[in-house]
Design a protein around this ligand. Structure first.
Ligand SMILES: Cc1cc2nc3c(=O)[nH]c(=O)nc-3n(C[C@H](O)[C@H](O)[C@H](O)COP(=O)(O)OP(=O)(O)OC[C@H]3O[C@@H](n4cnc5c(N)ncnc54)[C@H](O)[C@@H]3O)c2cc1C
Length: 490
């Protein structure tokens, strides 16, 4: 008889593991608490507009290719990808922005215009970042975080100093121009910590940004979720929606199934792609590996205040991805990481997918997504959301020299309380636990429970970390450990 596997959640990591496990011949069932799949990468449709609720940047296309290739498929079997040009632009003042185009040669020109001599330094920086990308993304991140020895090889020994310096130190040493330095520090924000807390080795994110580029799946990131769902279904995975897991059933320290909507479902393995902290609360307290103190002491990636806005006209002076770095990032970062607080003047990010993808909004209209990074666990009220919407929209209007307030057809918001309610997210974090030096690889929460046999974890809180590509990799890593255990037993 086939081994049975229960998976909690239907985010990228859970869907990816489900595919690998079903391909290995196991009977796989996903339990998703929400009414749609996708987790943080769900979609909002309203009045002819389509918004990605979570991820909007498609980076590291090679990771997606490698995933589909494991099933003898290609991304293009499931969705259409376009390389964006420009990739994005960054505002620093009124009508004053730098545009990042789709090749390193063009980016060098933009750098040189800003600071003579910077393009030579940039090429050197990106060469090193490429080297790290090849070590990290093609190899290192595919380790399950079981042992420190996974990080030790000839390549990494040569780079040891890069684990003890930081992105900020390296960038600022070479680039004195604050605008260029800010642009080079931006990609590691995806890893959830400040550039001053992120090891230099993570500069491979800069290669992902400048060396490989920014892509857009037609109709949005949710098409990738739908593609993986299609693959999972082809492989025989069953998906149960509106099925929150209320308890992980154990017997003599073995996970033997789950309770969902009051009903018991038994299986040989339980794998959770739901947030790690939440999953452990589904166990009796003596079976949890990590204490509340442990979680409280960790550096979490930020939460976010998000707005999904339908505009009644096309906007000007913006690109598909536009960053607003016109205020002091260090001050905002303090409010996120050091003294959790609503920031006085937040940096923000805006995405207008309808600029390049006509399926995102009705003709002549624009779909806008606005994101302000915030400390997890902040008080979240309708009044605060409104206050911050007004703050960023008035800045947006000033910086891009246009009126948009009168063209707002509707706006929806999503913040700390929604992250907790919709995803059981610890303190409402948006994208898991940050990749700092002490939260990297074998130092992250483990894929395999050390207290409960047959219980595994996947997703952005375990290895390798936050982001869509790492979540896909995490799905692969957890399934490999499960397959290893089951094939030893059978
Ligand atoms: C606003 C935002 C912007 C982002 N931007 C980017 C980006 O541009 N590019 C990028 O690469 N990454 C981005 N990320 C990060 C990326 O989206 C995540 O790292 C990734 O989607 C996480 O996938 P996951 O499978 O680990 O978790 P999730 O997607 O959170 O999946 C967990 C699932 O478990 C379910 N669940 C929870 N509790 C239970 C339960 N008790 N029973 C059953 N199901 C349960 C949840 O409903 C959810 O479906 C962003 C994230 C956010 C929030």
């Amino acid at each position: 008889m086939k081994n049975t596997i229960t998976i909690l959640g239907s985010g990228f990591s859970s869907l990816a593991s489900a595919c690998y496990l079903a391909k290995s011949g196991y009977d796989v069932t996903i339990f998703e608490k929400n009414s749609t799949i996708g987790g943080r990468a769900r979609q909002l449709k309203k009045e002819g507009f389509i918004f990605d609720i979570g991820p909007t940047w498609y980076w590291m296309p090679d990771v997606f290719e490698r995933f589909f290739n494991d099933f003898n498929k290609k991304p293009s079997d499931y969705y259409q990808l376009e390389k964006l040009n420009p990739a994005y632009s960054v505002y620093f003042d009124v009508n004053d922005y730098i545009t990042i185009e789709d090749s390193i040669e063009k980016i060098c020109k933009a750098f040189e215009k800003e600071e003579v001599g910077s393009s030579r330094k940039l090429m050197k920086f990106i060469d090193q970042a490429k080297d790290n990308y090849n070590i990290a993304i093609k190899d290192l991140v595919y380790n399950p975080g079981v042992s420190p020895l996974e990080l030790v090889n000839l390549d990494t020994i040569k780079k040891l100093n890069q684990f003890f310096s930081t992105i900020k130190r390296d960038v600022r040493k070479e680039f004195k121009n604050n605008r260029l330095a800010q642009i080079l520090e931006f990609p590691v924000l995806f890893l959830g910590a400040k550039p001053s807390k992120t090891p230099s080795f993570y500069n491979f994110m800069n290669y992902a940004d400048f060396g490989i580029g920014t892509f857009h799946p037609k109709k949005g990131m949710y098409q990738v979720i739908l593609g993986i769902e299609e693959l999972a279904k082809e492989l025989g995975v069953k998906i149960k929606l509106n099925s929150p897991v209320e308890k992980i059933i154990t017997h003599k320290k073995n996970a033997i199934g789950v309770i969902s909507n009051g009903e018991s479902f038994y299986s040989d393995i339980v794998l959770s792609g739901a947030d790690y902290h939440h999953t452990e609360t589904l166990l009796d307290s003596n079976l949890r590996q990590y204490t509340e103190k442990y979680w409280n002491n960790k550096t979490f990636a930020p939460s976010s205040l998000l707005f999904y806005v339908g505009f009644d006209k096309k906007l000007k002076n913006v690109n598909h991805h536009t960053l607003f770095f016109d205020v002091d990032f260090d001050k905002h970062a303090q409010d996120i990481y050091d003294k959790p607080n609503w920031p006085d003047e937040p940096l923000f990010y805006a995405s207008f997918p309808s600029i390049t993808d006509s399926s995102s909004a009705p003709d002549g209209k624009e779909a806008g997504i606005f994101l302000i990074p915030l400390a997890p666990g902040l008080e979240d009220t309708p009044e605060l959301r409104e206050l911050y919407f007004n703050k960023i929209i008035s800045r947006f209007e000033k910086l891009t020299t246009q009126n948009v307030t009168d063209s707002i057809l509707f706006k929806e918001s999503f913040c700390v309380n929604d992250f907790v309610k919709d995803y059981n997210s610890y303190k409402g974090n948006a994208y898991g636990m940050a990749n700092t030096l002490l939260q990297t690889a074998f130092l992250r929460p483990k894929i395999k429970s050390s207290k409960v046999k047959n219980l595994y974890f996947t997703g952005q809180l375990t290895v390798p970390g936050p982001g869509v590509p790492p979540s896909l990799i995490s799905g692969k890593l957890s399934s490999e450990l499960i397959i290893k255990q089951l094939s030893r037993q059978n």
